[in-house]
Structure formats: structure tokens, C-alpha cells
Design a protein around this ligand. Structure first.
Ligand code: 5GP
Ligand code: MN
Length: 334
């Protein structure tokens, strides 16, 4: 994969471009994609952002979000957007399977593929890109890319808002170890460009429906299990809970972090029956590597301290497999 700096000549004449991200995009996937969108349209390109699936309502405020095409619900429009593209930007993922039903189409595309990502173990198949696992967020990498290309004059308020949204969420509001001085310098620069950070925080974190809080209370009270001997906490959510509280895409975001706030807990797992598939989210503190854990046991991956996976077994069986995996990792969890 050639470095991201080398895409500069490709951007000198107008191109047909699609930007895409991982399925069920979070604020970093959406924020980085829309920041790049607002940059590329100023450069005169014809750009469409295509999401493999729908995205949470609490991201609809993002500038440009109303133009994002959902590959599942608006398949015809997505296919039209993908037809004849010259450049495909892949943001916040590093393996095509993360785009779910879109993956077979992306594989067949005869165009230049560019990855901008910060997850571990990138797959081959990308022509240009940046894969920096030390970056706080993909949004930060988009910001750095614009600078590398010498185009920082294009960083307007829309771009600043999108980049801030991706960074604040992926750093757990600037608390994770990935939040270094460079991240804070970037935020200072975004503020100099007009960013009002409290507006973004409110849009993301003060925008829940009542049922989401009731679900949180129910889950903490009834679904949480703590295995002190393994320094592990777990929550298994049956599909009936998702129905009962009428949960929407994104409503379980952040739930797993509550588990990690228990004294002494090193690993937290949120296991959700999404009906047809069980999704798992892992978080850890310190030296327990949940990227390896997710890859080894649950067909997943991600970062050292935050990862995800999936299982086609029913919820109970998946929970059983998780507990056995924890037992196998007893020493690493001490
Ligand atoms: P979350 O638990 O928030 O869904 O995901 C945590 C991190 O792991 C995110 O960076 C996400 O992109 C990554 N991740 C989640 N699920 C998967 C998966 O199935 N495969 C891989 N490779 N990464 C995942
Ligand atoms: Mn990210």
C-alpha cells in the first residue's frame, strides 16, 4: 500500500468518488467520512458517501448526514453511486467484510482503493492509504491527511465538527491512552476554526430517548454478571429486551463501558442477541489484549483495548463459549 501523501496527484483533476465505512457506523466512521466528503467537494470532486447499513439517529445532525446513502435500504441509489467510480475511500475499517452486504461489490470494483484507518491487522487489497493504530480516531487521520496534502485552508466548520465528533467518541471524551498532546493540539486548531465543542457534546450525548435510559437501568440491574475471580464483567442482552425497550441502531453504544468502571475489572463484554446473529463488544483496561481475544474466539478484531466479534450460535451458547474463553485466559486476566 502506497502512502496517503501519494494520492495528491490523483486529486488534482475532478473524479467520481465514493466514501464508505464499516457497517452500523459510529460517530468516528460517520465523522471521518463526512469530514473527507466536505474536503473533497471543495476540491471539485463528485463525491457520494455510502453507508453499508443505517446509522444511529443521534448522528443525523452531522453536516452532510442527510445525503448519506444506505446500501441496504436504498440499494438502487447506492449501486448508481458506485457505478464507474475512479476512487473508493474506505474509512474506519481495514477488511472488506466489515462492509457486510456491500463487500462482494467493493471487491469487484475496478477503481483505486484508499484506506484511512486505525484498527489492528489491516488486510491487503488497498492501493493507497494510512493505517495508524496509534491514532486516536480515523477522524484524526483525515485531519492529518488534509495537512499532509497541504490543504489545511479547506478545514471549515463542517469539517471541524465532523472531526471533533469522531475524536471525542473514539477517545471516550479524551480519556483513553490514545489521547496525546497531538490530539489536544488538533482540537485547539479546530476551535480556532470556529468549533463550539459543547454543541457537539450535546448533539451526541444529550439526545437520548427515555426508553434508552430505562433500558440502561434494566440492563445494569438484571443483566450484569461479575466474575471477580477473572476480573471480568459481562452483560448478555436477549433479543426480547431490544424489542421491549424499542431500541434503535446505536442505542447500546457506551453500555459496555459501565462494566469497565467496576473496581478491579480488566475486561468487559457486552453480548447482544441481534436475532440471526449475536454481536459481542469487548473492552479492557491495561495489558489484556481484546483484539487477539476477539479474533481467536469470536471471528472479530479491532483495537488492543476495544474490539468486537460475532457468533452464529444462540445467545446462551455464545455466553457459555465466552465464559470458557475467559477461563482459558485466567492468567492473562490477573
Ligand atoms: P464496538 O464494540 O464499539 O462495536 O467495536 C469496538 C471496536 O472493534 C471498533 O473499533 C470496531 O470497529 C471494532 N469491531 C467491532 N466488531 C468487529 C468485528 O466483527 N470485526 C472487526 N475486525 N472489528 C470489529
Ligand atoms: Mn474509529
Amino acid at each position: 500500500m502506497k502512502s496517503i501523501a501519494e494520492i495528491k496527484p490523483l486529486l488534482e483533476s475532478p473524479k467520481k468518488v465514493v466514501i464508505t465505512m464499516h457497517q452500523k457506523p459510529d460517530a468516528d466512521a460517520m465523522g471521518s467520512s463526512l469530514a473527507l466528503y466536505h474536503y473533497l467537494i471543495q476540491k471539485g470532486h463528485q463525491v457520494t458517501v455510502v453507508s453499508p447499513t443505517n446509522f444511529p439517529d443521534f448522528l443525523k445532525w452531522m453536516p452532510g448526514a442527510d445525503g448519506v446513502i444506505d446500501f441496504e435500504s436504498s440499494n438502487d441509489r447506492a449501486m448508481e453511486a458506485l457505478k464507474g467510480i475512479e476512487l473508493l475511500f474506505c474509512l474506519d475499517f481495514n477488511a472488506l467484510y466489515r462492509t457486510k452486504n456491500m463487500a462482494p461489490y467493493l471487491e469487484k470494483l475496478d477503481c483505486i482503493k484508499i484506506m484511512i484507518d486505525h484498527h489492528l491487522e489491516p488486510q491487503p487489497g488497498f492501493d493507497y492509504g494510512v493505517s495508524d493504530t496509534t491514532a486516536s480516531s480515523t477522524a484524526q487521520l483525515v485531519y492529518e491527511t488534509i495537512y499532509i496534502l497541504g490543504d489545511e485552508k479547506y478545514i471549515n466548520l463542517e469539517i471541524a465538527q465532523c472531526i471533533y465528533a469522531g475524536t471525542v467518541t473514539d477517545t471516550g471524551s479524551f480519556r483513553f491512552a490514545s489521547t496525546n498532546a497531538k490530539v489536544h493540539r488538533m482540537v485547539a486548531d479546530l476551535m480556532d476554526r470556529g468549533l463550539k465543542h459543547e454543541v457537539i457534546h450535546q448533539a451526541i450525548y444529550d439526545n437520548f430517548l427515555e426508553n434508552r435510559l430505562r433500558f440502561l437501568g434494566h440492563s445494569l440491574l438484571n443483566r450484569m454478571e461479575v466474575f471477580y475471580e477473572y476480573n471480568t464483567a459481562m452483560m448478555a442482552i436477549p433479543y426480547t429486551d431490544l424489542k421491549r425497550f424499542d431500541l434503535q441502531t446505536g442505542d447500546t453504544e457506551g453500555l459496555v463501558n459501565f462494566l469497565l468502571s467496576i473496581q478491579g475489572i480488566k475486561m468487559a463484554a457486552l453480548i447482544i442477541d441481534r436475532n440471526v446473529e449475536v454481536k459481542l463488544s469487548f473492552r479492557s483496561k491495561g495489558n489484556f489484549d481484546v483484539n487477539t481475544f476477539a479474533r481467536k474466539y469470536f471471528d472479530g478484531g479491532g483495537h488492543f483495548n476495544a474490539s468486537g466479534g460475532r457468533s452464529t450460535d444462540p445467545l446462551e451458547k455464545t455466553v457459555g463459549r465466552f465464559i470458557r474463553a475467559v477461563e482459558e485466559n485466567e492468567e492473562l486476566l490477573q
